[in-house]
Design a protein around this ligand. Structure first.
Ligand code: SF4
Length: 238
């Protein structure tokens, strides 16, 4: 219900907000790319982490963190393998989207022209399986947009490497995915700028949430509905 509500009110406002917020961010007010996943999973979780600075780990987040720490160990260092430049732990940012992050791996492929030019190809590592929603795709897309802004080169595709089963999935960074991702960035900014944490609503997914014990969704059901809360945020963002 909450997602339907957001979808219904968002279309025109999001396009307007995306246009209005082009190139408005600076180093001081960038948000982490990972916040997009938190937002898609649960607005309250996103607000707890990125507004209230609350964090707790469970087995899933710990395994994910260890995997990312291993892939980030290169800190942007570049190795050359079979003619492909491979950078691990490359720092990313986009002033247009207002995002900052670290890419697990970015491969650079030589272009025929202009001479000496390379096309970035981001590869994101995930310990589990492909998810039913598009959160992994949007995270990769955000990385691609960061790379485009940083290098001036188009990034039309990338890949996600899943641990279960171990396979690499190619992803087209197409117009639809870009629009979805940019819309999510605007929602993220609206949530953080509003500075208010949505009330808790217990759902099945809460059992997989690392903040379950801090959030206490069964005990702390708010009187205000999530739809009313989101509506308030959009009104404030206009
Ligand atoms: S426990 Fe549930 S409501 Fe609370 S932050 Fe996690 S997913 Fe959201």
């Amino acid at each position: 219900m909450r997602e339907k509500f957001i979808g219904r009110i968002s279309h025109i406002r999001l396009i307007r907000l995306i246009k209005n917020t082009a190139m408005t961010y600076t180093e001081e007010n960038l948000l982490p790319i990972s916040a997009l996943q938190h937002l898609l999973f649960c607005e309250r979780q996103c607000a707890l982490i990125h507004i209230e600075q609350v964090w707790a780990e469970n087995r899933l987040t710990m395994e994910g963190r260890v995997l990312h720490e291993k892939t980030h160990a290169g800190d942007g260092e570049i190795e050359l393998r079979d003619g492909v430049r491979i950078s691990r732990g490359l720092r990313l940012r986009s002033f247009r989207l207002g995002l900052i992050g670290i890419a697990d791996v970015v491969e650079f492929y030589a272009l025929d022209s202009p001479p000496g030019a390379w096309r970035p190809y981001p590869v994101e590592y995930k310990r589990g399986r492909p998810k039913p929603d598009a959160c992994d795709l949007m995270q990769l897309c955000a990385q691609a947009i960061c790379l485009e802004e940083m290098t001036g080169r188009a990034v039309p595709e990338g890949a996600i490497f899943y641990g279960q089963p171990r396979r690499r999935m190619e992803v087209q960074i197409d117009a639809a995915l870009r629009e979805q991702t940019e819309s999510l960035c605007v929602r993220l900014r609206a949530l953080v700028d509003a500075g208010r944490t949505p009330p808790a609503h217990y759902e099945k997914k809460c059992e997989a949430c690392s903040l379950l014990e801090l959030c206490m969704p069964k005990a702390a059901q708010g009187k205000q509905s999530a739809a009313e809360y989101v509506h308030h945020i959009w009104e404030a963002a206009e």
